[in-house]
Design a protein around this ligand. Structure first.
Ligand SMILES: [Zn+2]
Length: 282
């Protein structure tokens, strides 16, 4: 069912829940980063990828990411811009920071499918973070011949600065230090995704956090999670809310805020711009 309850009354309820909950589990999807200013089409696409748009007709940055470029030099020219502007550049319009201010003194944990590192940048404790789908700032062996990830900041900055005519210098093309094959992004796209030690430790900490608060007044705060991969955040949040009468499920999603009938009485649905909602809450 869709909710048409009074917007400001729902915000008041959410505010009260944030203040009184024993624990808050934040589940964040792409919509949160969009609200924070990370748009992957339009002006930002034109500004940083105008030459690629002209050559290949890309309509957004994602589609370029999957394009089979003819050479690794060109592929990394594309990807280094992509990583640089979405991971290392300061873009956040304050949305992540406002969220952090709201929960920093609470017992919180974050699970996110976002790979842009914005939670860490806004001050969230990395021990309270589980980014399930990877990070733009990490590389892995494309094979992969071993389960390790590598920080890419130094090389990406060089690639960004030194590329010419849509090509990075050949000596910057990353190779696996173990087997010599090409490196790839540590992003979950297929079954080659590397889950390194840090990934497994975060998964354990998340499970442990949920166990520790089982049966307590817990707020599941879902921000900008779409229906692309609902099995990671959305469905588990619904299930855990249903299983715990003291739990509350809050869904903030521009135009798509929704909760199933079974948990309607425990739900807060806010159909609004996440940035604005967080401003009002703050
Ligand atoms: Zn390798």
């Amino acid at each position: 069912m869709r909710f048409t309850r009074d917007y400001s009354a729902e915000i008041d309820r959410l505010k009260n829940e944030i203040e009184t909950a024993d624990a808050i589990v934040i589940g964040a999807g792409a919509g949160l980063s969009t609200a924070a200013g990370f748009t992957y089409s339009g002006e930002r696409l034109q500004k940083y990828f105008g030459d690629f748009v002209e050559k290949y007709g890309f309509r957004d940055m994602y589609s370029g990411g999957f394009y089979p470029f003819p050479t690794p030099e060109e592929q990394w020219a594309y990807w280094s811009r992509y990583i640089y502007i979405n991971r290392y550049m300061d873009v956040d319009n304050g949305t992540y920071k406002r969220l952090f201010e709201l929960v920093k003194d609470k017992d919180y944990f974050v699970i996110t499918t976002n790979v842009d590192h914005q939670f860490q940048k806004a001050g969230f404790d990395k021990h309270r973070l589980f980014y399930t789908q990877g990070d733009y700032g990490l590389w892995q062996c494309s094979e992969p011949c071993h389960q390790k990830t590598y920080d890419n900041e130094k090389t990406v900055r060089k690639m960004f600065e030194q590329q010419k005519n849509m090509r990075v210098p050949s000596e910057l093309v990353p190779k696996c230090p173990v087997c010599g094959k090409p490196m790839s992004m540590n992003l979950r796209a297929d079954d080659t995704f590397v889950e390194d030690d840090g990934w497994h430790r975060a998964a354990e900490r998340y499970d442990e956090f949920l166990r520790r608060h089982d049966g307590l007044h817990i707020l599941f705060l879902e921000l900008g999670v779409g229906m692309n991969s609902p099995v990671i955040i959305k469905y588990p949040f619904w299930k855990m809310t249903y299983a715990n009468p003291k739990a509350v499920y809050a869904c903030l999603n521009f135009g798509e805020a929704y909760a199933p009938d079974e948990i309607a009485g425990q739900s807060i649905c806010i159909n609004g711009d996440i940035r604005e909602v967080l401003n009002v809450l703050a």
